[in-house]
Design a binder for this molecule. Structure first.
Ligand code: ADP
Length: 393
């Protein structure tokens, strides 16, 4: 059975066609700069990669081109072989505790929580509408970044602010990257030979955006991102946790609106803000190699924040079987993993330097005598989307 996993952004559409339940990749790619004259359509299949620059005015045209391409490549005989389309949707608020088959009611609900994710949900919906138009008889499923975290207890998800902010406006911790945290925690349990129901796992999803999650018995019990993806640990351009009074102070000092200051926290902070150099981990580690003090500060600060959360989650979980690193930095930056583990050595965690030096592959990177198994696990949100789609159709 063939299932399409889709991640639609405001000007992009990422896609993977998977054979299920085998979970093997048939075709993948990305359409970028939708709405521009020089849109880019990249597709990979059967060991080939094709890239075309052309004008793609909107998501509907993008999806039509994609489906035409899929038929041309002959990876399917007809589009009817695609039995389901799974869409990543960023925010499901408290309305969605699991993935769901998409119908008109679901679309209305996704729209109704769009002010919680004004940049993402409308873009995700554009992808849903485009596929509905092109494949009207194919079932589609929404998979939410927030759904996995809906198992958090009230003490974890509430902020200690006026209670009415929650009841009136939905101010609470939602958490993000749930699809990745779920995939990686399931895989980690398999790799350490434990049933997920019995496992206590800390997942560190460290990419450009980054969050940690404490997973107990397959359920998220706490996570570092909050009401928005701005909180938690320092990221490529996001600050992570700060004292919120800084917002008012900087707005006065720099004569900026609140929107501008929050934008600085989202786009000019983290690696970029501290180093003054780059938001990209590779650039930073290169600069660290040359002794650049602010780059050293940037990577040290992020590692400290990751270690602080690991320490807190070790207590929340009342122990820990596995710590997993995933996403661009977690999977590849051995240097960041080493820095973090150095800061949590009081937990009896030890890295095997030879295993840790390997990048981008699934493996155990701790020593035999480490009290907690440390793993590097490439995330696969598309497989998780395809699994949920298959389950629900
Ligand atoms: P997102 O999906 O949040 O945009 P990714 O998960 O793709 O981000 O992660 C991007 C980050 O991963 C960048 O900081 C990039 O430098 C880092 N990264 C990717 N490959 C490597 C590598 N080989 N070594 C170190 N960092 C890497």
């Amino acid at each position: 059975m063939k299932i399409m996993a889709v991640n639609a952004g405001s000007s992009s559409l990422k896609f993977q066609l998977l054979e299920m339940p085998e979970e093997s990749l048939i075709l993948s790619g990305i359409i970028e700069k939708i709405g521009f004259n020089d849109s880019m359509f990249t597709v990979k299949y059967s060991g080939k990669k094709e890239k075309e620059v052309l004008s793609i005015p909107n998501h509907s045209v993008a999806v039509e081109l994609l489906l035409k391409k899929i038929v041309e490549t002959k990876v399917v005989k007809s589009l009817e072989e695609i039995v389901g389309v799974g869409h990543r949707v960023v925010h499901g608020a408290e309305l969605f505790k699991d993935s769901v088959l998409i119908d008109d009611e679901v679309i209305k609900k996704i729209e109704s929580v769009s002010d919680l994710a004004p940049l993402h949900n409308p873009a995700n919906l554009t992808g849903i509408f485009a596929f509905k138009k092109a494949l009207p008889n194919t079932k589609s499923v929404a998979v939410f970044d927030t759904a996995f975290h809906q198992t958090m207890a009230q003490t974890e998800y509430m902020y200690s602010v006026p209670y009415e902010w929650y009841t009136e406006y939905g101010v609470r911790k939602y958490g993000f990257h749930g699809t990745s945290h779920k995939y990686v925690s399931l895989r980690a349990a398999e790799l350490i030979g434990k049933k997920v129901e019995d496992a206590k796992i800390i997942v560190c999803h460290i990419g450009n955006g980054a969050s940690l999650c404490a997973v107990k018995g397959g359920k998220s019990i706490d996570t570092s991102m909050g009401f928005t993806p701005l909180s938690g640990i320092a990221m490529g351009t996001r600050s992570g946790d700060i004292d919120p009074a800084i917002v008012q102070y900087i707005s006065q000092k720099e004569n900026k609106t609140l929107d501008q200051v929050v934008s600085d926290l989202n786009k000019k902070s983290g690696y970029l803000g501290l180093s003054g150099l780059s938001s990209d981990s590779r650039d930073l580690w290169e600069a660290v190699g040359k002794g650049d003090k602010r780059s050293i500060l940037a990577v040290e600060k992020q590692a400290k924040m990751i270690a602080d959360y690991i320490g807190a989650y070790f207590l929340v979980l009342n122990g820990c079987d596995a710590i997993c690193f995933t996403a661009g930095i977690g999977e590849n930056a051995s240097e960041t993993r080493a820095l973090v583990v150095e800061k949590i050595k009081a937990l009896g965690v030890k890295l095997d330097p030879i295993q840790n030096a390997k990048k981008g592959i699934e493996k155990i990177i701790s020593t035999e005598d480490s009290k907690i198994t440390v793993l590097s696990i490439p995330t696969n949100e598309e497989v998780m989307i395809a699994r949920d789609t298959l389950r629900l159709i």
